[in-house]
Design a binder for this molecule. Structure first.
Ligand SMILES: [Zn+2]
Length: 254
């Protein structure tokens, strides 16, 4: 009951901030959303963990990671061939953008969802060398056998194909949780930047695009207190110092 009340309170606080941001009366710095073009303040989001300042675009709801990914997608546009075939795991706000990039585009999920095929990322019944683009945002941190999934993504990509597989960077160095342990977000590990070395084991080239090197007006950083970890719901998640955290999106080429 207390948890429900807290959730309702968080939603109300976010709703009020969103309404003020849309009305142009929310104090604070102004940003530009690269997903929908909104210009103005971004309200604080009150999630299950610590509040995230300047998190979501009040107009389209794009979070920090979506804005950074939107900028990365612009960088790969010219690298895809005409008639590109694309596959996205776990449809999200990037889906319409990715669909626009590919002549042939399908979405997939481990759970049945409208418009998606059901696919286990670690055992895909798809042919080799079939796709020009595979996209899976914030998926691999949920999968214990992540290296099997990375191998499968590599297998179904055409030579020269691109995989975009960002995970949340929430630790100074990657922490694998013990078997059966997850945190409050259902993650089986807390990835650090070193996590992307696992892609380097498989792919010919891995280029990282970070919050530090894109248009700062899009607010691509994560502002939240991570010194609250570990705690009762995330017993193995490490603390991270600082109030502003880097996000990073890898562009992998087969
Ligand atoms: Zn937006």
């Amino acid at each position: 009951m207390q948890a429900l009340a807290a959730r309702v309170r968080r939603k109300a606080m976010h709703g009020a901030g969103r309404a003020m941001a849309l009305a142009g009366i929310l104090p604070g710095p102004r940003f530009r959303c690269p997903v929908c073009g909104f210009i103005g303040s971004f309200p604080t989001t009150y999630g299950a963990n610590a509040p995230r300042r300047y998190c979501r675009c009040p107009k389209c709801g794009a979070a920090e990671r979506h804005r950074l990914q939107r900028l990365v997608i612009e960088r790969i546009r010219d690298r895809l061939p005409a008639g590109a075939r694309g596959l996205q795991f776990a449809p999200d706000p990037m889906t319409p953008v990715l669909c626009g990039l590919c002549a042939d585009f399908i979405t997939a999920d481990i759970m049945p969802r409208q418009g998606s095929i059901v696919l286990d990322m670690t055992r895909m019944e798809l042919p080799d060398d079939a796709f020009d683009l595979v996209y899976a945002s914030h998926v691999l941190e949920h999968i214990p056998a992540d290296r099997a999934a990375i191998a499968q993504v590599h297998r179904i990509l055409k030579p020269g194909g691109i995989a975009i597989l960002p995970v949340p960077i929430v630790a100074p160095k990657t922490v694998e949780y013990p078997p059966g342990v997850t945190d409050g977000d259902g993650h089986v590990r807390a990835p650090g930047l070193d996590y992307y070395d696992r892609y380097r084991e498989r792919f010919a080239e891995v280029e990282l695009v970070t919050s530090a090197e894109v248009d700062q007006a899009t607010q691509p950083w994560i502002y939240e207190d991570r010194t609250i970890f570990p705690n009762a719901t995330a017993t193995c998640r490490p603390a991270m110092p600082g109030e502003r955290h880097l996000d990073a999106v890898p562009i992998c080429r087969k």
